[in-house]
Design a protein around this ligand. Structure first.
Ligand code: SAM
Length: 268
């Protein structure tokens, strides 16, 4: 079915400096031992949920996540059991603004800092399924936003890197991911150019829409790798590109609506 309403807000064109940097509080905190393994983040799980006043809220949030997966995601055709399990695990309420915590499991995108959005749960699950991430895969996300999509990819066991063009978002997402135990490298910069030092990638997910597919992202795919990207101005389509031994195979999956990719993607 069509992934309608994936994103509702648009942002203006944003001037940027390309002085990208790795967000590391210190080298040790960026490259050192994570609080938990990347497939077992440090946040509460059903088996380690605390007793006491917080326990009821934990239970209610877990139930809300269960309903989200059943009614919004599986019911629309996402069937990869690993993706469904990851969507059940990642605490989406930790990635939304406090004022929207009660709506974290709604069937919609929500506002985050810097007038951006966290994507609708269904579209996150759909893009994740299309990317076919396996444990140990090298994964790139363009458009970190809240860090939620990156957390889902890390939950699947991917070695995840994510690029965000708005410095404030890159910093807060990295802090949030670290606090929750997700080992994701976050970089502030223009994701149009990808992250060539760490290419090739087995999967690349882009969560802002360029007018056309950025050639550097296709070039940074491994053979057999998948690029999942919303493409277009006004009317957008979710496109999957697979790199083959001979070139690239591209297919359109669904109409979508994402915020535009800013930076170099808008150069004419
Ligand atoms: N994946 C995010 C999440 O899980 O919360 C949602 C991302 S939001 C829909 C799109 C993000 O892409 C915004 O944070 C925006 O600043 C970022 N963005 C737009 N153009 C970009 C670019 N050229 N490079 C990197 N990030 C970009």
């Amino acid at each position: 079915m069509a992934a309608r309403g994936a994103q509702v807000r648009s942002i203006g064109r944003r001037a940027l400096t390309c002085a990208s940097f790795l967000l590391c509080a210190s080298l040790a905190s960026c490259e050192g031992r994570p609080p938990a393994s990347k497939t077992q983040p440090a946040h509460s799980t059903p088996s380690d949920a605390p007793a006491g006043p917080g326990a009821r809220e934990d239970r209610a949030l877990r139930q809300a996540r269960e309903r989200m997966v059943r009614d919004q995601i599986a019911a629309r055709g996402v069937s990869d059991g690993r993706v469904l399990a990851a969507m059940r695990q990642v605490p989406r309420h930790e990635f939304v603004l406090p004022a929207y915590r009660d709506r974290a499991y709604d069937d919609s995108p929500l506002p985050i800092e810097a007038e951006q959005t966290i994507s609708q749960p269904y579209i996150v699950a759909l893009m994740t399924e299309l990317a076919e991430v396996r444990p140990g895969d090298r994964v790139l996300e363009v458009g970190t936003g809240s860090g939620y999509q990156a957390a889902v990819l890390a939950q699947l066991g991917g070695e995840v890197r994510s690029i965000e063009i708005i410095e404030e978002l890159a910093r807060t997402a990295w802090q949030r991911l670290s606090r929750l135990g997700y080992r994701v490298r976050v970089r502030h910069g223009d994701g149009y150019a990808g992250w060539p030092e760490h290419a090739p990638f087995d999967a690349i997910i882009v969560t802002a829409a360029p007018p056309s597919i950025p050639p550097p992202l296709e070039a940074q795919l491994a053979v057999g790798g998948k690029l999942v990207v919303p493409v277009g101005e006004g009317y957008q389509e979710l496109v999957v590109v697979e790199r083959t031994a001979d070139g690239y195979e591209r297919r359109s999956v669904a109409p979508v609506r994402f915020v535009p990719m800013t930076g170099r993607a808008q150069d004419r």
